[in-house]
Design a protein around this ligand. Structure first.
Ligand code: HEC
Length: 199
């Protein structure tokens, strides 16, 4: 799903910067879920997927060490570390805030009775508050995957890198399904006017 997010164009970059500023300003110590997803999880997961897919063997069922440069090994280790640290932070918070004003939830335009099955920030917040234990568990699973990536990259262990990278999407979706209600909200159809209740 993330690869598709790359094509949003320059406007998306501006929005992301605005959202980042908003996310940090209003929660000085604790970044929101949305901030973590857009600025940490998606960025570092993409690094892992990009480097892995460029290093696939012919069959595509493993990686070739020679295709991973010293710089890439470093980037893999750093990406793993960043995922581990942010996921640990998500797991340790007493209560996770989904988003603050100015942060956009992907697909939220089609929530609240829209034509698609997407969730609003309010609905996502309720889902997390209802089953915080599971949220913590899912976050810890990601923290463990990040730690395993960090370790494999340090040891230049291609099997270890492949194992984490090929399973990472499932780790992400394991939390998206129960708490976002989807793993990829469909695009809002052209001409659809969103109903933004409670905004
Ligand atoms: C512990 C739970 C959890 C884990 C693990 C998790 N996510 Fe998320 N993610 C969420 C929630 C909740 C949302 C919906 C709120 C939102 O969109 O900000 C979300 C939304 C997203 C979005 C959409 C952000 C937007 O613009 O609204 C992206 C991109 C994303 N996640 C990427 C990832 C990636 C990549 C991983 C794995 C490396 C991952 N997430 C792992 C909980 C999680």
């Amino acid at each position: 799903m993330l690869k598709k997010l790359g094509g949003l164009g320059p406007a998306a970059g501006v929005l992301a910067v605005v959202a980042l500023a908003a996310g940090i300003a209003s929660s000085a110590t604790m970044p929101t879920v949305n901030d973590s997803m857009t600025h940490v999880m998606s960025v570092h997961a993409q690094t892992i997927w990009d480097i892995s897919s460029a290093a696939f063997n012919k069959k595509g069922d493993g990686l070739v060490a020679k295709k991973i440069s010293p710089g890439d090994w470093k980037r893999l280790g750093e990406a793993g570390r960043q995922l581990k640290e942010r996921a640990t932070l998500l797991a340790k918070a007493d209560r996770m805030i989904v988003s603050v004003r100015g942060e956009h939830i992907l697909g939220e335009e089609s929530a609240n009775g829209g034509p698609h099955d997407a969730a609003s920030a309010k609905q996502i917040q309720a889902m997390i508050d209802r089953d915080h234990k599971q949220f913590v568990r899912r976050a810890m699973t990601l923290a463990e995957a990040g730690a395993a990536m960090e370790k494999a990259a340090k040891a230049r262990d291609v099997r270890g890198v492949y194992k984490v990278s090929s399973n990472l999407d499932e780790v992400c979706d394991g939390c998206h399904e129960p708490f976002w209600g989807t793993d990829e909200p469909p695009p809002v159809p052209k001409g659809y006017i969103p109903v933004l209740k409670g905004k």
